[in-house]
Design a protein around this ligand. Structure first.
Ligand code: ATR
Length: 276
């Protein structure tokens, strides 16, 4: 049994390490390898997966193929339809099926780090790019009453508010102090903090008591958003767990065993990333 992660570029992917650790742990014969698939070859790659002689039982797709993978698969579940992008593919009954496990990964990370997070009621989502969609769906599925989406390009936040219904409201970045007032959860979904881009000063103490600040960026583990919240005495949850947990459903589909995210796995990945 062979599985893949296809992306472009792909050499920094931590997925082979995660799945390789689980394959070893469970004594399985399978492999999980990274495949560099440039955009012009992606359609042919998917066609080969659909072929009867395909080498692979399935795999992950990552940047820049998630939307294309969703569009080219034979079937996707409702959550994935909603998001419009897939990160996990597998063959079942002669069909290529697609799902998006980022929603699961986001929620499972907070379940682990901050049990009870679902009761925080009001969320502020910073950014309206591809990655924000899985987060918004997770918040709606977990009963958030109100989700404020802020984006530099307001139009993109408006598209999400239209798509996801009345509980989701679009705002400009300048609205942050207002929407943070009394909010329960703050999620950064932008690439700010990566590549030394400046992060704005944010007063997280405006949030309600018991509030939580999280970031889907996990390099560095303590992003500039999390650092600010920590200094202000507001609880934080880093994003590495989302990466680890999103891998669970795929591994189970391809190899038939549900693997566990534990401290040992986290330490193996942190070591490989030079975080320890
Ligand atoms: P991803 O798929 O990882 O979410 P993306 O779709 O390119 O990546 O989205 C990146 C997000 O970061 C967007 O919300 C983007 O804002 P715009 O839609 O206005 O581009 C946000 N972002 C990136 N650089 C930013 C910056 N310097 N200031 C504010 N927001 C930024």
């Amino acid at each position: 049994m062979h599985a893949f992660v296809a992306g472009h570029p792909i050499n920094h992917s931590k997925s082979p390490l995660i799945h390789g650790t689980w394959l070893k742990r469970h004594g399985l014969e399978g492999t999980y390898r990274a495949v560099d698939v440039p955009p012009e070859n992606f359609e042919a790659f998917i066609a080969s997966l659909k072929g009867l002689t395909a080498d692979y039982v399935g795999g992950n797709v990552t940047i820049p193929h998630k939307e294309k993978a969703f569009a080219l698969a034979d079937e996707a579940d409702e959550t994935t339809d909603y998001i419009g992008a897939a990160n996990t593919l597998w063959r079942e009954d002669g069909r290529l099926k697609a799902t998006n496990t980022d929603t699961y990964g986001f929620a499972a990370n907070l379940d682990e780090k901050s049990p009870g997070w679902q009761s925080l009621e009001t969320a502020v989502v910073y950014g309206a790019g591809g990655a924000s969609r899985a987060v918004i769906v997770a918040l709606l599925e977990h009963g958030f009453r109100s989700v404020h989406v802020l984006n530099r390009t307001l139009e993109k936040a408006r598209v999400l508010a239209d798509r996801f219904g009345p509980r989701v409201e679009a705002h400009q970045l300048q609205a942050l102090p207002d929407v943070l007032h009394g909010a329960g959860l703050f999620v950064n979904t932008t690439s700010l903090g990566l590549e030394d881009k400046t992060v704005p000063q944010i007063d997280f103490t405006r949030m309600r008591p018991g509030a939580l600040v999280t970031d889907i960026v996990y390099v560095p583990l303590k992003t500039a958003f999390l650092q600010q919240a920590g200094v202000q005495g507001v609880a934080t949850a880093d994003g590495l767990g989302m990466l680890l947990h999103q891998a669970v459903p795929g591994f189970e589909k391809w190899f038939g065993v549900r693997p566990v995210v534990d401290l040992e796995l986290r330490q193996i990945v942190e070591t490989a990333m030079g975080m320890r």
